[in-house]
Design a protein around this ligand. Sequence first.
Ligand code: FAD
Ligand code: 2HG
Ligand code: ZN
Length: 470
Amino acid sequence: RAHDAAPTRRPFSRVTPDDLSFFSHLLPGRTITDPDVLESCNVDWLKTVKGSSEVLLRPKTTEEVSQVLRNLAVSPQGGNTGLVGGSVPVFDEIILSTALMNRVLTFDSISGILTCQAGCVLESLSQYVEERDFVMPLDLGAKGSCHIGGNVSTNAGGLRLLRYGSLRGTVLGLEVVLADGRVLDCLAKLRKDNTGYDVKQLFIGSEGTLGVITGVSILCPRKPKSVNVAFLGCSSFQNLLETFQMCRGMLGEILSAFEFLDASCMSLVEKHLKLANPITESPFYIVIETAGSSAAHDEEKLHNFLDKVMASSLVVDGAVATEEAKIKALWSIRERITEALRHDGYTYKYDISLPLEKIYDLVTDMRAHLGNRAKNVVGYGHVGDGNLHLNITSPREDAALLAAIEPYVYEWTWKRQGSISAEHGLGLKKRNYIYYSKSQEAVRLMRDFKTMLDPKGILNPYKTLPDHVR
Ligand code: FAD
Ligand code: 2HG
Ligand code: ZN
């Protein structure tokens, strides 16, 4: 079980009174040592990982971030909604928060290109661009808290990836402060730029280990004129997959999301969040969203599709919403599962990419494997992207249960050529499992990049890279 070994503190300098007076001078009122404020920044969203930092810095500008980075270890933090223990310090690393870096810099209403500081909250950006008839190319349940810099650093996927693709395509440029304080200006506002290596890609999904993202340039699509959501019930996962196949064929360019949850997820949102199931109970539920430019055209397509899947009994029951409030209510059943799970107990989370036809087998096999050792074993996720969220709850943290889950879950995934982290990253929790999904050569190259960009290892230490590179 060497994989789970807690890291040992590396010999970074401790923050001295001189450092503190330098920070207080640089960031007056924004150098925080109050233990009550530090408490919440030291703990992750799941409340499963806790650091012991004594300093929280809240810069407002890139220049201030640059002044902070030199010799002391830092843990960059956005909205602190990450699910792999990456966003909080492990020991006494300084917490470098982007909370006050929340300015929109430019917006081009012809191209839809937005540039902003890294600490803008995703939901605020959505509101900003929607007022200008555009939407953000990503959306996720944590939108009210997560920062765009955190999204880029984790390469967050979310609910719209099926339609608009990953941030690797929609992020056009980044501004990044490197470990030695140099500012890397790659904040391009161009859709096309083939002048050699695409340097920004290194920082997308690097979880704060290669640089601190301070600015983001991102391509926003036009706001769709018509949006519909259908909430459907299926009697088997096979039927759900066939519904997906038919859906892609019949809805084509207007399909903007295809998500699923199982009956256990539905029970949890009913029980813990008091949300109502809008249709008859089913083993599986689908959330389909269409987003297009003509209401009549979109509704006709959606209804043809619904007639067909109901007639063929692929779908047993369904509800459709076109009004904003009803759309929101249907979406919240899917978006709030993570929150319901947190109420259910200590949650073991797995975020797996798999070939589509095998995606739910992991949940079935895990249930059989664990028997009555777990409280709940649930599956949900982004079917359209081949991404399963397997979550296992327990009344409390349980070492024996964890030993039954891991490495079983990783071996299961590896045997089927899946990925052990589809969209949440590796952070602290998954770092030592990287070899289940990446070759030794690829991990060595990651280490080489890390050494080149951060020779002192001060950026988010103990995260993403395994403790021992083979
Ligand atoms: P944080 O949690 O603060 O940080 C995440 C990582 O990025 C850390 O390693 C941190 O050090 C680093 N980091 C943060 N900001 C910077 C920066 N400016 N420069 C360098 N490094 C930085 N993820 C998905 O992919 N899809 C989902 O659908 C999804 N839904 C979620 C729903 C809920 C309810 C929750 C709680 C989480 C969900 N997530 C999802 C997890 C996801 O990783 C985050 O929500 C989001 O992308 C993290 O943003 P953040 O600002 O909170 O980053
Ligand atoms: C989602 O898709 C998020 O809802 C969170 O990625 C998944 O909590 C999880 O396991
Ligand atoms: Zn997800």
